[in-house]
Write a protein that binds this ligand. Structure first.
Ligand SMILES: Cc1cc2nc3c(=O)[nH]c(=O)nc-3n(C[C@H](O)[C@H](O)[C@H](O)COP(=O)(O)OP(=O)(O)OC[C@H]3O[C@@H](n4cnc5c(N)ncnc54)[C@H](O)[C@@H]3O)c2cc1C
Length: 396
């Protein structure tokens, strides 16, 4: 007999598992997650896990704020540590970006996000040794910080399973099953067997376009390689806030072992890559540029040394924002395209996916589900920041 489930989720990464968890919390437990490897073995394991509400799109700021609240209570909700460290979050901008910073902070306050603008003295107190000459204004979120995306995804999965969701690993979906009328009614697995479903949720990150194509759905995602450095400053970094440097377009956060994690925020020349065949360490030119930027930011590092590096791929959409909602093929729901910022919003992504799948509408008045509709690209209405930063790319 063919196996069935009300909802089949393809992809056991952070977002698919967030959806499984939230569906189960809402009472929908006839859910089957299919993961070709092991849970969270995709790009989730590469995440920097930065947590901040600093977005220029109100829905995303509200989703990140929901994320902060869930992460803050993770021990109670999931009964386990998800690696969330509430170090605080500081964003610094140059003179040309003080107006958008102020407008974003005001918008965040209207959503209830605890955030304040702080002066250079306060930033120096929070981040000892930082060179502040290129910066003109700062915002501080005391409840931000960073988490561990792998631990978080596993916590979603464990909770979902405890509530009755079925999870199958080492299970590759090779195609979507589609009726003549276009409706998707299940999936075909690598062993040729079929699983039939009321709805199939595609949560396969950078690998989504190929699966979408099996049902004739064009998924506008490209894999964008991003390189990360781990820097040993010569002595363990103190417990500093996560810092977004919107002048040099770089971010830093403290690793549990005291190293600094250094990531790139300059998306002006994205490197498109094959997610199954990319170099998993930083290239020399990238290292040179990133270290020069870091030297400018923290000139007093005692004895800096590159400890390690790696790379991951963002599932980048044309507007650097996700697609959450029905696809053009009835029965196929998309949960893809998180474009390098899907960690902090993942609790809200799960909630929105469950809302849309069960009720067709977002339960949070501050989160407009239509913002993430598939059709926005064809309509020529990308989801864009209300208060964009000059030269700071599409990420905000
Ligand atoms: C380098 C990097 C840094 C990041 N930093 C941050 C950050 O600081 N803050 C933030 O908020 N976000 C960040 N993100 C983004 C965030 O981590 C991702 O958006 C999120 O983890 C993606 O989860 P996912 O479930 O969509 O994808 P994935 O974790 O990639 O999961 C997709 C899953 O689908 C499975 N799969 C694929 N094809 C098939 C198939 N045919 N059959 C079955 N299973 C299949 C894969 O094996 C994989 O496990 C970062 C991402 C990267 C790559």
């Amino acid at each position: 007999m063919t196996e069935t489930a009300n909802i089949v989720i393809v992809g056991g990464g952070l977002e698919g598992l967030a959806a499984a968890w939230c569906l189960a919390e809402r009472g929908e437990t006839d859910v089957l997650v299919l993961e070709r490897g092991t849970l969270c073995s995709g790009m989730t394991g590469k995440s920097s896990g930065i947590v901040r509400c600093h977005y220029g799109v109100p829905s995303l700021a509200a989703m990140a704020w929901h994320g902060v609240q869930v992460f803050s209570e993770a021990e109670q909700i999931f009964g386990t540590d998800i690696g969330f460290r509430q170090t605080g979050y500081v964003v610094g901008v140059g003179p040309d970006n003080t107006a958008p910073l102020a407008a974003n902070v005001e918008m965040h306050r209207s959503l209830g996000v605890p955030v304040e603008t702080i002066d250079a003295d306060e930033v120096r107190r929070l981040l000892p040794g930082i060179a502040l000459d290129p910066f003109a204004a700062f915002a501080y979120e005391p409840l931000g910080g960073h988490g561990d995306a792998y631990m978080t995804g596993m916590a979603y999965g464990t909770r979902a399973r405890a509530l009755g969701v079925r999870v199958r690993q080492s299970t590759t979906v090779t195609s979507l099953l589609q009726r003549d009328g276009g409706e998707v009614y299940g999936v075909r697995l690598a062993d040729g067997s079929e699983i039939h479903a009321g709805t199939v949720v595609l949560a396969t990150g950078v690998w989504s376009p190929a699966l979408g194509a099996t049902a004739g759905v064009d998924i506008p995602i490209r894999a964008q390689r991003e390189q990360l450095l781990l820097v040993d400053q010569g002595e363990p970094t103190p417990d500093i806030p996560t810092f977004s440097d919107l002048v040099n377009l770089q971010y830093i956060r403290r690793e549990p072992n005291g190293d600094l994690l250094v990531g790139n925020s300059d998306h002006s020349t994205p490197e498109w890559a094959d997610p199954d065949d990319y170099v998993n360490r930083a290239d020399d030119p990238f290292v040179e540029t990133a270290i020069a930027k870091l030297d400018r930011l923290l000139p007093a590092m005692p004895d800096p040394r590159l400890a390690s590096s790696y790379a991951g791929c963002y599932d980048t959409t044309p507007d650097y924002n996700p697609v959450i909602g029905p696809s053009p093929a009835p029965g196929l729901f998309l949960l893809v395209g998180f474009s390098g910022h899907g960690y902090k919003i993942s609790p809200a992504v799960g909630r929105l996916a469950a809302d849309l799948l069960l009720d067709g509408i977002s339960s949070d008045a501050a989160v407009d589900g239509a913002d993430f509709r598939y059709s926005r690209f064809a309509e020529g209405k990308p989801l864009a920041s209300l208060n964009p930063y000059v030269g700071a790319g599409e990420m905000r």
